[in-house]
Design a protein around this ligand. Structure first.
Ligand SMILES: Cc1cc2nc3c(=O)[nH]c(=O)nc-3n(C[C@H](O)[C@H](O)[C@H](O)COP(=O)(O)O)c2cc1C
Length: 211
């Protein structure tokens, strides 16, 4: 009788242990599938936040040199193009860098200058990559580029700067604009001479390996 009750107790204990173990396994399986679901959702979100992979070339050009480079860039990579047009156009006397009182000299010396832009980019959120093109003015980007960068949310986008100039390098011009955007990845910029050839421009664009 003693033996029988001992055997029954052992069997009962074995059943209880078995039930606990299999319950634990189920929970682990459930956790694993929940984790997988979360990971898949994260991946979906990431795909969504990456946008549609579209590329925009946005440029400002006062006398046409940067416009030519921008057009070749857009053509090479199959991008949309947006011209940054000042609400008040720059006249020849505005562009006179020999005059200490010309509009451009005054603007470039004023950290707070933000010349107004006429028109806006439609659906900026659709673009993953934005080229920004500008002429070098006094070693820097024209202040209207600052207006442009402060007008949109560039979070998660890649920004690729390029410029044209008489002889100055791109220097610190792109670097000085980076603080105007948050969460954007800036690639190294490229400077072109006023009469840059199509091959020079397309060679640079192709070297970036964009799709
Ligand atoms: C106000 C002003 C300032 C300029 N400053 C410089 C300069 O610092 N260094 C330089 O190499 N070229 C300078 N340039 C020449 C322009 O960068 C060059 O002509 C450029 O290609 C013009 O581009 P755009 O035709 O697209 O306006 C300046 C031109 C202007 C109008």
């Amino acid at each position: 009788m003693k033996y029988l009750s001992l055997i029954l107790s052992v069997l009962l204990l074995a059943c209880v242990l078995c039930a606990c173990t299999s319950g634990g396994r189920e929970e682990a399986v459930q956790n694993t599938s929940e984790e997988t679901a979360v990971q898949e959702t994260d991946l979906e979100d990431e795909t969504v936040s990456k946008g549609s992979g579209k590329i925009l070339v946005a440029y400002f050009s006062a006398s046409g040199n940067t416009k030519a480079v921008a057009e070749k860039t857009a053509e090479t990579v199959g991008a949309d193009i947006f011209e940054i047009v000042p609400s008040v156009p720059y006249t020849d006397s505005d562009l006179n860098y020999g005059d200490d009182n010309s509009r451009t000299t005054v603007e470039q010396n004023d950290d707070t200058a933000r010349p107004e832009i006429s028109g806006t980019v439609e659906n900026m959120e659709d673009y993953d990559t934005v080229f920004i093109g500008y002429p070098i003015w006094w070693g820097q980007a024209p202040k209207i580029m600052y207006t442009f960068l402060e007008s949109y949310d560039f979070n998660g986008k890649t920004i690729i700067p390029f410029c044209t100039s008489g002889s100055s390098p791109i220097g610190s011009s792109a670097e000085n604009m980076q603080s105007l955007t948050t969460g954007a990845s800036w690639l190294e910029g490229q400077r072109f001479s006023a009469g840059a050839s199509s091959e020079e421009v397309s060679g640079w664009v192709n070297s970036l390996g964009l799709k």
